[in-house]
Design a protein around this ligand. Structure first.
Ligand SMILES: Cc1cc2nc3c(=O)[nH]c(=O)nc-3n(C[C@H](O)[C@H](O)[C@H](O)COP(=O)(O)OP(=O)(O)OC[C@H]3O[C@@H](n4cnc5c(N)ncnc54)[C@H](O)[C@@H]3O)c2cc1C
Length: 403
C-alpha cells in the first residue's frame, strides 16, 4: 500500500480507496488507481478497561458486529444496514438514530493512516491529536485509513416496537417520542397520512426474536421482495403509486427482542437512489410539513418512504451532527425512476433550515456552500494540506465538495 501510494505520488497520479462501495455519491470513485482494503479485516486487539477495540479498516460492520458479540461487546449504535466497511462508514459520517448517541465517527479514538507522501501516521489523543480530530470524517481525502480504534459497549439487547402512526401525531409528539426512546425513527409514506414508527429500547428481557418463518416473511419477503414488486408496478404505471402506497401502513404493529446489532440493521435488497440531510433538530416538524406540501403541490409520485432519524451533537469537524443535536431527513426514489427534480426541491427546502448533506448520499452542494455549513471546514482543509499536499487522494467528488 505504501509503495503504491509513493509510486502514484511520484507519477502525479490519483488514488482512491473503496470500502464496500455503498455510497450513493461518487465518493469512492477513482480517476486513477483504486485501492480495496478488503484484506485489512478483523479485530486486532481489545482493551476491556478502556472499552476500545482496534480493527482492520476493511472489516465490514456485519463482520465487526459478530466478532464483538462473541466477545460480549457491541457498537453503541448503528445505521440501518451493516454492509459498509468500518473506514467507509466513518469517512462519510454514517449514523443511526438516538438523541443521546452521535454517529459512528464520534466513537473513533484512534486511526492509522497512509498519507499522501506514503508515510504511516498514527493519530490518537497522544500522537497527532489534531489529525484524529479531523480524520474521523474525511471522505477519503486525507489518506488510506488502515486501522481504527473504536469505543464499544457491553453487548445489549433491544426491545423493538414498530407501529403505524399518523404523520401529524408523530410530528406533534416528536419531542416526547425522541426523549422517551433510546432509538426513535419514523418513515412517512407519501400519498398517505401515515408514518411507520420504530422505537428500539435497551432491555434485559429474554430474547424474543420474530419467529424464523414469520421473520423471513416480514423482514425479507414483505420489506424487500413484495415492496420491490410494488415499486416495479409503480415504475411501470406511476399513476397507481398513491393507491399502492396505502398497502404499506396496514402492515400493523409488532414487537420483538433481539441482540442490538440484529435489530439495528436489516437486509436491503431493493435498489434505490437516496439523499439525506441533517438539520438542527428543532426544525424537523416545519421542514417535514414543507416537504409534504411541496410533494402535494408538485404532484410527485413517490413509492418510497421519507425516513426521519435523530442524533446527538458531536465534535467531529465534518460530521453532519457537528455542534448541534440533529434530525435527519432522507428521501428515496426507486432505481430507474427520475429522482433529480424531487431531490432538488427537497434540498431547496432544507437549505432554508441550514441542512448539511450526507457525504455518502446524493446532493448538489459545492465547497463554497459547504464551507458555510461547517464552522471548522478550514481546519479540515489545513490538515488536508498537511497530509495530502499533492492531492493524491482527490477525485472529482472531493474536487467538488472541498474545492
Ligand atoms: C442501502 C443503504 C443503506 C444505508 N444506510 C445508512 C444509514 O443508516 N446511515 C447512514 O448514515 N448512512 C447509510 N448509508 C450510507 C453508507 O453508510 C455510506 O455511504 C458509507 O460510506 C458506505 O460505506 P462503504 O464501506 O461502502 O464506503 P464507500 O462507499 O466504499 O466509501 C465511502 C468513502 O469512504 C472512503 N474510504 C473508504 N475506505 C477508506 C479507507 N480505508 N481510508 C480512507 N477512506 C476510505 C472512500 O474513499 C469514500 O470517500 C446507506 C447506504 C446504503 C446503500
Amino acid at each position: 500500500m505504501v509503495r503504491l501510494v509513493q509510486r502514484a505520488r511520484a507519477a502525479n497520479e490519483r488514488v482512491k480507496v473503496v470500502g464496500s462501495g455503498h455510497s450513493f455519491t461518487p465518493a469512492a470513485v477513482s480517476d486513477g488507481h483504486m485501492i480495496s482494503i478488503g484484506a485489512l479485516r478483523g479485530i486486532r486487539s481489545i482493551d476491556r478497561t478502556a472499552k476500545t477495540v482496534v480493527v482492520g479498516a476493511g472489516t465490514t460492520l456485519n463482520e465487526l458486529n459478530a466478532l464483538l458479540h462473541s466477545e460480549g461487546l457491541a457498537m453503541a449504535n448503528l445505521g440501518d444496514i451493516a454492509y459498509q466497511t468500518v473506514a467507509g462508514a466513518i469517512s462519510t459520517s454514517t449514523h443511526g438514530t438516538g438523541v443521546h448517541l452521535p454517529g459512528l465517527a464520534a466513537q473513533v479514538v484512534g486511526l492509522r493512516i497512509v498519507d499522501g507522501e506514503g508515510n504511516v501516521v498514527v493519530a490518537n489523543e497522544h500522537q497527532n491529536p489534531h489529525l484524529l480530530d479531523v480524520g474521523r470524517v474525511s471522505v477519503g481525502a486525507l489518506g488510506v485509513i488502515t486501522e481504527c480504534t473504536i469505543k464499544v459497549v457491553d453487548a445489549f439487547r433491544l426491545h423493538a416496537h414498530e407501529m403505524p402512526m399518523k404523520l401529524d401525531d408523530a410530528l406533534a409528539n416528536v419531542e416526547e417520542l425522541k426523549a422517551t426512546n433510546d432509538h426513535f425513527e419514523f418513515f412517512w409514506i407519501p400519498h398517505t397520512r401515515w408514518a411507520l414508527t420504530k422505537r428500539n429500547n435497551r432491555t434485559t428481557e429474554p430474547l424474543q426474536p420474530l419467529p424464523k418463518v414469520k421473520g423471513w416473511i416480514e423482514k425479507t419477503f414483505m420489506e424487500n421482495y413484495a415492496f420491490g414488486a410494488l415499486c416495479r408496478v409503480g415504475r411501470m404505471k406511476p399513476s397507481l403509486i398513491p393507491k399502492l402506497a396505502t398497502a404499506l401502513p396496514s402492515s400493523g404493529s409488532r414487537t420483538y427482542v433481539n441482540d442490538s446489532y440484529k435489530i439495528f440493521a436489516s437486509p436491503r435488497l431493493v435498489r434505490f437512489y437516496e439523499m439525506e440531510h441533517s438539520l438542527p433538530a428543532e426544525h424537523l416538524p416545519d421542514a417535514m410539513c414543507d416537504i409534504r406540501s411541496m410533494v402535494e403541490r408538485k404532484g410527485y409520485m413517490l413509492n418510497f418512504p421519507v425516513e426521519v432519524r435523530f442524533t446527538a451533537s458531536d465534535d467531529v469537524p465534518l460530521s453532519t451532527s457537528f455542534g448541534r443535536d440533529s434530525a435527519y431527513i432522507a428521501v428515496h426514489v426507486y432505481k430507474g425512476m427520475e429522482y433529480e427534480p424531487y431531490f432538488r426541491d427537497v434540498e431547496d427546502i432544507l437549505r432554508g433550515y441550514d441542512a448539511r448533506p450526507h457525504w455518502g448520499k446524493i446532493h448538489h452542494r459545492e465547497a463554497d456552500e459547504l464551507a458555510t455549513l461547517y464552522p471548522r471546514f478550514n481546519d479540515f482543509l489545513a490538515v488536508r494540506d498537511e497530509l495530502d499536499p499533492n492531492r493524491t487522494f482527490a477525485n472529482r467528488y472531493t474536487d467538488r465538495v472541498f474545492g
